[in-house]
Ligand binder design. Structure first.
Ligand SMILES: Cc1ncc(C[n+]2csc(CCOP(=O)(O)OP(=O)(O)O)c2C)c(N)n1
Length: 278
């Protein structure tokens, strides 16, 4: 089992995930930059400290489970798993290539460390809820705010609350955007914290760009044993890379020369910050 990281190491892990994920997508020439970047802080906290796992034994019996319900953020999860040692970092060069072990969306049949296949929005949170009902381990899942427009999500949320699945932690990546634009222009989320509370969840808002704050709410979630928890991550789509944040339609980017250069410059900045944290 890997040891628990301190906060400085978790922040460095977060920046490294961003860097490796962006480098891989740069290599591909396209990808889901925005929604990958808004979940790296949470992935760093989980895999750096709270998720019980063993990269040398991905199927370890009493491991905790993680489901990336917004499966299009697969490359962020792959960078996390590679940096943790589940597989060699060179695999990231093969994302979405023919015959790869790293398809664009997460696939439990192909990738060591992936606990559930996802990509069809709404299905991951449903699977995570079933996994929590059938196991004593903690089950963590990340859903998108746009994804919550799938009615299936609310069936899962109702089931989890009814069965008091206190081992289930649902992170909502509340980046206020979905594929086609701003959530508020398409179909507003309303008050996510109150919605989860009214369904019977403990519902905790947090700055989703701050690893220290995320760690604190994860601890609160783990310590709660009478109901499931929702952690509402206040995030920005593309966070941590100005080249991506500055494009409003950053859900899926195809890189031209200018954007490629801007992303390369941001990767150099990430490198410098990682160096500073050493
Ligand atoms: C059932 C289903 N419908 C449509 C899609 C296509 N799709 C992929 S990502 C996405 C937008 C999701 O928005 P959100 O959950 O907010 O993701 P984020 O903005 O965090 O990337 C859509 C519509 C899909 N993967 N699954």
């Amino acid at each position: 089992m890997q040891s628990s990281l301190d906060l400085r190491q978790i922040e460095s892990f977060n920046l490294s995930i961003k860097k490796e994920m962006a480098t891989a997508l740069l290599n591909m020439g396209y990808g889901h930059f925005g929604g990958c970047l808004s979940v790296t802080e949470t992935l760093a906290c989980l895999y750096g400290r709270y998720l019980k796992h063993d990269p040398a034994n991905p199927q370890m019996k009493d491991r905790d489970l993680f489901v990336l319900s917004k499966g299009h953020a697969g490359p962020a999860l792959y960078a996390t798993l590679a940096l943790r040692g589940f597989f060699d970092i060179s695999w990231l060069k093969t994302i979405n290539a023919n015959g790869t072990n790293l398809p664009s969306h997460a696939d439990m049949q192909k990738t060591p460390g992936v606990d559930m296949t996802t990509g069809s929005l709404g299905q991951g949170i449903s699977c995570a809820t079933g996994m929590a009902a059938g196991s004593d381990s903690n089950v963590f899942t990340i859903v998108g705010d746009g994804e919550l427009q799938e009615g299936q999500c609310w069936e899962a949320i109702q089931f989890a609350a009814h069965h008091k699945l206190s081992n289930l932690v649902v992170f909502v990546d509340n980046n206020k955007r979905q594929l086609d634009g701003d959530i508020n222009d398409i179909q507003a989320s309303f008050d996510l914290q109150k919605k989860f509370e009214s369904f019977g969840f403990q519902s905790l808002p947090v700055d989703g760009g701050n690893v220290e704050a995320i760690c604190l709410v994860i601890e609160q979630a783990i310590a709660t044993n009478d109901r499931p928890t929702a952690i509402i991550l206040d995030t920005e789509k593309g966070q941590g890379m100005q080249s991506v944040v500055s494009i409003s339609a950053n859900h899926h980017l195809r890189l031209d020369d200018n954007l490629r250069a801007a992303i390369e410059a941001d990767i150099a900045l990430l490198d410098a910050k990682i160096e500073e944290l050493k």
